[in-house]
Design a protein around this ligand. Structure first.
Ligand code: UDP
Length: 328
């Protein structure tokens, strides 16, 4: 069986749905603090918290787990700077319990959700995996700490891991049935689309004095279904080669916040108001991936690299979700 921790979250729920469609046996472990039960309807679910080792131990005792996709984590840069202990306890202690239980049960394979935030302010763009890791926020640091733990367990031959450093995941499932729904919502594309729907008055742009072409930060947006494809390929690669490694997942192309808003205006055909606000603590100016390694080693190619396609898939789901929101 395949264990997906954080399977109720944005990216986790997209993987779960894809694995089910592929005919795999999946079990979701989630505390549903931020994840959604509606996103994993019809799937075997265990409600629990990785910070309680007993909760996760039970899953391994009761089910024959062969491989793990580990998404469960807090993932907000701003929040991590205000409440660092939440991130160290949630992301680091929680994952240590998971690794502990995996090794106790001789489960060797884990795909770990890491982040571009491990690089901090990169020396060179696009960012290759071997660049220095100097996180500028606690969230990135918590992901880097786990990468280091996984590397030691791999060197000691106790597990094999693939850490996937996501750039900016966006978009929704192909059929628009699930998508990005955070509470609180802090991510740019959902905020822009909620503004297009009239749920917000305007978008606050966190700083326009960065050293970029229009002064707003540059990010590499990647379609969530391309991310999912890379996860499945990473698991297959790890199992067939018995190796561990780290890969960036992005498109290799960056867009400023203003460019995202302009593209969203085009896609939604709505006016989207914005106002320049103060910088958000911990935000690097530019994060753009080199994803050559994932392409070469995993044989992965993003199928939907265009920002317009990413935003229009997100928009399809947002319109649908906002209408149905009250029934969830
Ligand atoms: N951003 C913004 N206003 C918002 C949300 C985000 O200006 O309401 C900017 C943020 O500063 C960053 C980019 O949009 O440069 C992407 O932010 P997001 O939170 O989506 O992802 P992150 O890059 O922090 O993982």
């Amino acid at each position: 069986m395949i264990l997906v921790t954080g399977g109720g979250g944005y990216i986790g729920s997209h993987l779960v749905k894809k694995l089910k469609e592929d005919g795999e046996k999946v079990i979701v472990f989630d505390n549903f603090e931020r994840g959604h039960k509606w996103a994993v309807k019809g799937v075997e679910v265990v409600e629990g918290d990785l910070r309680n080792k007993e909760d996760i131990k039970k899953v391994f005792n009761n089910f024959d787990i062969e491989e793990v996709y580990h998404f469960a984590a807090y993932s907000l840069v701003g929040e991590s700077m205000q409440d660092p202990m939440k991130y160290f306890k949630g992301n680091v202690c929680g994952t240590l319990n998971l690794i502990d239980v995996m090794t106790e049960n001789n489960v060797r394979y884990i795909v770990f959700s890491s982040s571009a935030a491990v690089y901090g302010n990169p020396e060179k763009i696009p960012i290759t995996e071997d660049q220095p890791k100097n996180p500028t926020n606690v969230y990135g640091q918590s992901k880097l700490m786990i990468e280091n733990v996984l590397e030691w367990f791999s060197r000691l031959n106790k597990i094999r891991y693939v850490a996937l450093r996501y750039f900016n995941a966006a978009g929704a499932y192909y059929d628009g049935s699930i998508g990005e729904a955070h509470d609180p919502e802090t991510h740019l594309i959902p905020i822009v689309l909620q503004t297009a729907l009239g749920k917000r008055e305007k978008v606050y742009i966190y700083g326009n004095d960065y050293p970029t072409k229009d002064g707003t930060p540059v990010r590499d947006y990647i379609h969530v279904m391309d991310l999912i494809d890379a996860h499945i390929k990473a698991m297959q690669w790890m199992k067939s080669n018995n190796k561990s490694d780290v890969f960036n997942l992005g498109n290799g192309k960056g867009f400023t916040v203003l460019e995202v808003i302009e593209t969203a205006k085009k896609v939604t055909m709505k006016d989207i108001k914005y106002e320049i606000a103060a910088r958000r603590s911990g935000d690097p100016a530019v994060l753009v991936a080199s994803c050559e390694k994932a392409k070469k080693v995993l044989g992965w190619t993003p199928k939907s690299p265009e920002l317009e396609k990413i935003i229009s898939d997100a928009w399809k789901w947002h319109k649908n979700f906002e209408q149905k929101e009250t029934i969830f």
